[in-house]
Design a protein around this ligand. Structure first.
Ligand SMILES: *[C@@H]1O[C@H](CO)[C@@H](O)[C@H](O)[C@H]1NC(C)=O
Ligand SMILES: *[C@@H]1O[C@H](CO)[C@@H](O)[C@H](O)[C@H]1NC(C)=O
Ligand SMILES: *[C@@H]1O[C@H](CO)[C@@H](O)[C@H](O)[C@H]1NC(C)=O
Ligand SMILES: *[C@@H]1O[C@H](CO)[C@@H](O)[C@H](O)[C@H]1NC(C)=O
Length: 447
């Protein structure tokens, strides 16, 4: 008896355990007899399909673990005004359903089946930043494996909100986030995980992205903060997607033409001041630049102040300034050749200093500055300076001017010379301003 008791206890225990296992097996093991001849028997899965309204658990305290990964298959566009990123994602979800379970050996070696996803419980994973209704196509299927693992992939067009910074446009990079979270389940009901490393996601996305469009994928990072709303804690996974704009379109269409126009504007200072062409030429350039800006307006981001707008404004103001300078010099020449006012002594000596030494205001590129080194003691005779302005001086105009001791012709000559020196000086200033401001913009762009 003493020896029999433990034996009987063991038999009882075995019986209980086997009964329990049997019961569990009856309830959750799928009977797949006949799958080899008649295909899958819907009745075998009916028990699973009937439970699709409820989260599949055998112990309520154990949260369902959903593994998430995704592939970024296209970057469709970035809307700077609405701050939206439109992209296309293939989302992979993997979780376990304890009610699905069969023995592949009994089932002619089948260990994987596809099932219409709408017959199964699906986790309510959504992207927090998404600003669009879920446009998942209907009729998707999922893989179920003999151990109850469900793999559900869905394609999804995601319009997500993204904090865009277009200051460096068109050399900008953006850092957008995709935060995957459950809509309803707190950490007690659902935990999120990943079964792929982030670098794998990045690599697959790089290989899959076919579009040679405006945006290029730089990298993907991950963080797993928990989000608490009120007393509830939600599990979530955040992916940081860094993208960079390909600037060549903008360089060719915006920066190069604009630079050409400014360069031509600068070169137009080499047109002789006396020819009447300079001002019309500059006005034409200015007009052309405005037309260019109007046409290219569509290429610029619709909101914010990118550096490139500052650059355009700068180019425009350079052109306006250069036109104003031409107007000023033309006026000066006009006054000089028609009614030259007496030249103050200090101005005259300054002019002498400049043209004489040739250092502070080196010779202008045009012919006007040839008459150098004038002194009151050996002023050249009347040299037809009026011809420069396209007009002959009358005989009476060569008479002596006030007390200065210069003939009017000499005075005209001096003022014309002064205009040329002034022109050269302003041109240098213009070049200096242009160089420094464009350098500043370039330096800003490179930081
Ligand atoms: C499986 O189902 C078939 C009929 O569909 C039945 O004959 C068989 O006994 C079942 N097997 C088990 C283990 O329940
Ligand atoms: C359910 O899971 C919790 C936590 O893992 C455990 O403490 C509890 O005993 C389990 N209940 C059952 C009935 O297995
Ligand atoms: C999720 O991934 C982890 C490891 O990354 C793995 O241990 C776990 O089994 C996976 N769970 C599911 C449901 O795929
Ligand atoms: C994107 O921003 C997040 C946080 O703001 C940062 O952790 C991450 O490193 C950034 N990613 C890149 C590629 O700059």
């Amino acid at each position: 008896m003493e020896g029999g008791w433990p034996a009987r206890g063991g038999v009882l225990l075995c019986l209980t355990v086997s009964l329990l296992l049997q019961g569990r097996g009856d309830a959750f093991t799928i009977n797949c007899s006949g799958f080899d001849q008649h295909g899958v028997d819907p009745a075998a899965f009916q028990a699973v399909f009937d439970r699709k309204a409820f989260r599949p658990f055998t112990n309520y305290s154990i949260p369902t673990r959903v593994n998430i990964s995704f592939t970024l298959s296209a970057i469709l566009g970035v809307d700077a005004q609405l701050q939206l990123l439109t992209s296309f994602l293939w989302i992979d979800l993997v979780w376990d359903n304890p009610f699905i379970n069969w023995n592949p050996k009994e089932c002619v070696g089948i260990n994987k089946l596809t099932v219409l996803a709408e017959n199964l419980w699906l986790p309510d994973i959504f992207i927090v930043e998404s600003m669009d209704v879920d446009q998942t196509p209907s009729g998707l299927t999922a893989y179920i494996s003999s151990e109850g693992r469900i793999k559900y992939d869905k394609p999804m067009r995601v319009t997500s909100i993204c904090n865009l910074d277009i200051f460096y446009f068109p050399f900008d990079q953006q850092n957008c986030t995709f935060t995957f979270s459950s809509f309803l389940y707190t950490v007690d009901g659902m935990l999120l995980g990943m079964d792929k490393e982030v670098w794998e996601i990045t690599d697959t996305s790089r290989n899959v992205i076919r579009t040679q469009g405006e945006w290029e994928l730089l990298g993907i990072n991950k963080a797993t903060p928990k989000m608490s709303v009120g007393n509830n804690l939600y599990d979530q996974i955040t992916f940081y997607v860094a993208i960079r704009r390909r600037p060549s379109l903008y360089i060719i269409n915006l920066l190069v033409p604009s630079s050409f126009l400014v360069a031509i504007d600068a070169l137009s200072f080499y047109l002789p001041t006396e020819s009447e062409n300079r001002a019309p030429f500059k006005i034409t350039l200015l007009l052309g630049y405005n037309v260019f800006l109007l046409m290219m307006n569509d290429l610029l981001p619709a909101s914010g102040t990118p550096l490139i707008s500052v650059y355009f404004a700068l180019c425009l103001s350079l052109m306006v300034v250069s036109l104003l300078e031409t107007v000023f010099i033309t006026h000066l020449l006009h006054v000089a050749t028609t009614q030259p006012p007496p030249m103050p002594r200090w101005l005259h000596s300054l002019l002498l200093h400049c043209t004489g030494s040739g250092r502070c205001c080196p010779t202008a590129p045009h012919k006007g500055n040839k008459g150098l080194g004038l002194t009151p003691t050996h002023l050249p005779g009347p040299k037809e300076p009026g011809e420069l302005a396209g007009k002959k001086l009358g005989p009476g105009e060569t008479e002596l001017d006030g007390g200065s001791g210069w003939t009017k012709a000499q005075l005209v000559e001096l003022w014309v010379q002064f205009s040329h020196v002034m022109d050269t000086l302003l041109f240098r200033l213009y070049l200096l301003f242009m160089a420094s401001s464009i350098l500043t913009v370039i330096v800003l762009w490179n930081t």
